[in-house]
Design a protein around this ligand. Structure first.
Ligand code: GLA
Length: 366
């Protein structure tokens, strides 16, 4: 569904549910990450890109002081949320957390109505949570009269919602890509300094985002465990952040041994792959970018141990069917793979893959 259609649906649903037109309608996209996984909470480099799949929110005043009346088009469900309440492990948490942590300081004693629609599948590893946080913060900003909130500030606050309200110790990549990124451009981000630069995609190749059909879930503790293992690697290395070491320090990293050496090795080599990948994008070297993707997948599989059999098989088959690069993308443990394919092979490749693996879905082609 395109943006205009989604907006129209959300606007019409708002009117139908709440009997009045919304004050503002905003949206925020999901993202695919091309290279650099689990590097963001280690102060490292990432290379995501926003997708044409997004979450759209319409907002207006509501009748119930201190409450938000929410309507989800996708679930066809309504919810009434007390604005001073705690998280309830529901989709409404992202909106509630945004109200409580928004720098636009909405009046939590007033009433609101919000309708939410999405073209972004949940659990596909393409940042539906970050898109919901960014869209919520944009909606609140627009309601408070700020039509052009600072995108970097929105990204920082959206991460805060995820870290402090939801309790997920994620980095800033997803929120940054959603808030600051540009469609059809890769976003090279230094997550420590928050410096960023856009890099062009390949004119004669396409990135295909393919959902494996395995729903990824990062709240079961495996993501948090990786964060802890990286912290423990830092302790063993006597540093404050893995950003202080690089691929030149592999001997030192290997010497700490155990799971910490594996995790740190993935982080520093994936950081290097992002730097090399940006150069490959700038010089139009798709072959070398493809190789970096494959190396990144193997590093996620062997050193970071965040892939699953299904995504390993899909990456292998993607390459056998003519892709020049493929890797699991996002937080991991399922979700999506991103694949680099020569433009003229794209239709055929998509058809072959989805026929052979009917549980997969092509989510985006860029
Ligand atoms: C999730 C997190 C991000 C990042 C990725 C892995 O998407 O939200 O901050 O850590 O996993 O690269």
């Amino acid at each position: 569904m395109d943006t205009a259609m989604l907006r129209q649906n959300v606007s019409e649903s708002f009117e139908k549910q709440f009997g009045t037109a919304p004050t503002a309608i905003v949206s925020a996209p999901g993202r695919v990450n091309l290279l650099g996984e689990h590097t963001d909470y280690n102060g490292g480099f990432v290379l995501p890109m926003p997708l044409n799949l997004e979450i759209c929110i319409a907002i207006g005043p509501g009748p119930n002081p201190g409450h938000a009346e929410l309507y989800s088009l996708n679930f066809d469900a309504r919810a009434d949320v007390a604005l001073d309440g705690d998280k309830a492990d529901e989709w409404t948490d992202f909106i509630l957390g945004s109200f409580q942590l928004s720098p636009h300081e909405p009046d939590l004693k007033a009433g609101y109505c919000l309708a939410v629609g999405s073209s972004l599948p949940m659990g596909a590893g393409i940042s539906s949570s970050a898109a919901l946080e960014v869209a919520s913060l944009r909606a609140i900003a627009a309601y408070q009269g700020d039509k052009t909130p600072d995108p970097v500030a929105i990204a920082k606050n959206a991460r805060k919602v995820e870290n402090e309200f939801i309790g997920m110790p994620c980095g800033i990549m997803d929120q940054f890509a959603s808030s600051v990124g540009t469609h059809n451009m890769a976003l090279f981000l230094d997550t420590q300094r928050l410096d960023y630069e856009l890099a062009p995609l390949f004119p004669d190749h396409r990135f295909i985002t393919l959902h494996s059909g395995v729903t990824h879930k990062l709240t079961d503790g495996s993501y948090e465990q990786r964060v802890k293992e990286c912290n423990s690697a830092c302790e063993k290395l006597g540093i404050a952040s893995l950003r202080e070491v690089s691929a030149d320090d592999l001997d030192r990293i290997n010497a700490i041994g155990g799971v910490e050496a594996k995790r740190a090795r993935h982080v520093v080599t994936d950081n290097q792959r992002v730097l090399d990948g940006v150069e490959a994008l700038k010089s139009g070297n798709a072959e070398s970018f493809g190789k970096l993707m494959v190396q990144s997948h193997l590093s996620q599989k062997n050193d970071y141990e965040i892939t699953v059999d299904e995504t390993d098989t899909l990456v292998e088959m993607a390459l056998q069917m003519g892709a020049i690069g493929a890797r699991q993308t996002g937080g991991g443990f399922g979700g999506s793979i991103v694949v680099l394919v020569k433009e003229e092979l794209v239709d055929r490749w998509c058809e072959d893959m989805t026929t052979r693996f009917p549980e997969t879905t092509v989510l985006a082609i860029n």
